[in-house]
Design a protein around this ligand. Sequence first.
Ligand SMILES: [Zn+2]
Length: 394
Amino acid sequence: MHYGQVIMQMIEQMEPKVKQNIGIDTILIEAGALTKLPQYLEDKQYERVQVVVDAHTYEAAGKRVEALLEKGFIQINTTFITPNAIGDVIADEASIVQLLLDIQQHRPQIVIAVGGGTLHDIVRYAAYTSSLPFLSVPTAPSVDGFNSKGAPIIIRGYKKTIISIGPNAIFADLDVLTRAPQPMVAAGFGDMIGKYTSLFDWRFGSLTNNEPFLQKSESITQQALNRCVQHVSLIAKRDEEGIASLTSALIESGVAMLIFGKSHPASGAEHHLSHFWEMEYIELGKKQLLHGAKVGVACIQISKLYRQLKEEQFGKRAKVRESITRNWHEIITRIEQIPTEAELTSLLSMVGGPTGMNELGVSEDLFMRSLQGAHLIRPERYTLLHAWNTSNEW
Ligand SMILES: [Zn+2]
């Protein structure tokens, strides 16, 4: 059975309310998935569509989408999102308004996002604002946000996540995805590797701070992560089976978040570090790094820190919360389940992803500031990084 069908089956078995909230009716992860797009649109009686690309994703898949749709009776218009002054396509007010103006002019019934995570965020927010549905055509298995509802957008230089909509369907064509640039594949793998620490932090928050927890979302994320790691050599080769398993894992991680209704399963201290670095890069006008590349490197650092806290018997310090001391034994056991710095480095190296902060251009100074300030990005989340910072003896 194809990966997409397995995910759809899992969604079908959920309660009607959850199913409706996920809102996806089709997930295709297969070679030639794009050829099924015209039939899908015809079945749903969509006659006017807006295809959204950037210069790279147009070459990767946008052109093919246009050609396939032109054969039918579908009226298509294409928006090329313009990169910013330093050549990055970003989900900021300029990109969003560019798409909104095209939507107002062409009055599509549905919008198709052809691209990576950022392009999806632009479309997700613009479609939501225009009360239109959207379809996802990922061009690289680079991030777990294709089917997310949250749109992280950058307004006046600040990143803000706004709850909007997820896609009605995902057409993940392996003919496209296996040709994705290697750094983007490595980034997708890095975003998955980050689940080692995000799943830990989620358990930590629920044990010590009564944060909500959902077993189902934990097991979906854990299984997706395990499968991804088992397929690491095939992913590294960009083999069809490897790319299918990575793409599926990223979508499953998105489903786990949708079921839970929050990002806890997929985002812990490693994501907070990554966001801290990203905000600094935005402020300095530096070229953006791939999300998953940062998450992978941050995960290595968090694993290192957490193991150190285990060695130092952090949970037995006088200044920590009683709930940490009480659960310290279980916390230690769970820290031991996070792969070591060396194991994570080896996994990321296999797919050719960055492993050190120097490769990302993150200086020692920025790193130290992020260790001490990243928890403030999500002050309501009680991660071990947060606990360490707020009961610290600096
Ligand atoms: Zn992520």
